[in-house]
Design a protein around this ligand. Structure first.
Ligand code: SAH
Length: 382
């Protein structure tokens, strides 16, 4: 609290005066009894309350959400890396002063995800504020993240405003991508990697590329757009690969003969490629969250080490490894250590060309360092 951190854990709550139902607004008092601000009450969660405001006089009402949502949208509207983008995260939870609220815009559609009791309670106000701030045609709710369970909240999905268009596509750095907001991961797309996909394209010319955990082909298509010789993309999800292939077809400017999609487990596929003596000039590793929290860090570290070791082994001299972790439980320093250890075990010399993170529509609140989940290293070997 003193550091303006928005979470109050159950162990920090001495008592609740009166009654509060899930999501109700409570006034937070410090040890001395002085009011510190307003928070949303989450009786089922270890994070027992989340601050809406550090102003003790703040009124949490429809107007509060209207202001907060409009401010978050306005911050994106002027950032040069975001102006003109079809796919933009408009609200990034705590970092935008709205704990438990995520909103992503894909062209005319906003996809909203509410993950805390407080956010859930103010659904109507948040939807109205999003419509007003963006003029969108539809707000689709994807509140089906498993973290809602920790708040005692059931999943909620469906149109909260308007209707979805039959097909939804966005253009990202010149590449058209289909977004499956109903069945896709998260809100349908990994917007956080937008600028890193662009960098891949810039480095891909003339290279043979291996894209592991390709999902709907974002990195693969940017590599093709950047002039890659060939791109082999691997994912274990058949539906994701079907969209990836459809995305390639949506981009007639790309040479489809240079792309190959493979449904496989990456851990096994990397070994098979190595045994077959295959070599690449660029390897991309963008796995799912191996360590959702610090408790999983050790096992996750072994998994990251394994894929990075094989990634390095498959590279030609001069090759580039783009390696990511979106695990909150693996810090930047540990991730550097894992990647460096993998290079050493692979017997290669390498250097970091770029330290990478999420795009600027996924900001990290200065008081919420745990918001920095995505980290990446672009390394060149040989
Ligand atoms: N790079 C993508 C996002 C990757 S998300 C983008 O820019 O859009 C992680 C992906 O890993 C998902 O598509 C998931 O289906 C896939 N995945 C998870 N475990 C896997 C495994 N063991 N082998 C292959 N793919 C896996």
């Amino acid at each position: 609290m003193a550091r303006r951190h928005p979470w109050i854990y159950d162990s920090a709550v001495a008592r609740l005066d009166g009654r509060a139902r899930p999501g109700d607004t409570v006034t937070v008092l410090g040890d001395s009894g002085a009011p510190l601000g307003k928070a949303a009450w989450s009786p089922e969660s270890k994070i027992r309350a989340r601050m809406w405001s550090f102003d003790p006089d703040a009124v949490i009402d429809h107007a509060f959400f209207k202001r907060a949502v409009a401010a978050a949208v306005a911050r994106r509207a002027t950032h040069p890396a975001l102006v003109g983008q079809d796919g933009v995260r408009l609200i990034h939870g705590e970092s935008d002063g709205l704990p438990g609220v995520v909103a992503d815009r894909y062209g005319p559609v906003v996809v909203m995800q509410l993950t805390s009791a407080g956010a859930d309670k103010w659904r109507e106000a948040i939807v109205a504020a999003l419509v007003q701030a963006t003029g969108c045609a539809a707000v689709y709710e994807r509140s089906d993240s498993e973290v809602r369970g920790r708040e005692g909240l059931a999943p909620v999905t469906g149109c909260a405003y308007g209707a979805l268009p039959e097909a939804l596509t966005i253009v990202e750095h010149g590449v058209r991508m289909q977004v499956d907001v109903v069945g896709g991961h998260k809100t349908g797309f990994y917007l956080d990697q937008r600028d890193n996909r662009h960098l891949t394209g810039q480095l891909a010319a003339g290279r043979r590329v291996l894209n592991c955990f390709c999902y709907t082909g974002g990195f693969s298509l940017q590599a093709l757009a950047g002039g890659a010789d060939a791109v082999l993309s691997i994912d274990s999800s058949a539906p994701a690969l079907a969209i990836a292939a459809a995305n390639l077809a949506l981009n007639p400017q790309l040479d489809a003969r240079r792309a190959e999609w493979r449904e496989a487990d990456v851990f096994a596929a990397l070994r098979a490629l190595r045994e077959a003596g295959e070599r690449f000039d660029m390897v991309i590793l963008d796995p799912p969250k191996f360590a959702p929290s610090a408790a999983h860090a050790e096992r996750a570290a072994r998994a990251y080490k394994d894929i990075n070791l094989y990634g390095f082994r498959l590279l030609n001299p001069g090759g580039v490894l783009m390696s990511y972790s979106c695990s909150g439980g693996i810090g930047i320093e540990l991730f550097h250590k894992i990647v460096a250890g993998a290079a050493a075990d692979a017997g290669v010399d390498g250097r970091i060309l770029h330290r990478l993170s999420a795009a600027p529509d996924h900001p990290v609140g200065l008081s919420v360092p745990e918001g920095e989940y995505l980290k990446g290293l672009c390394c060149q070997v040989g």
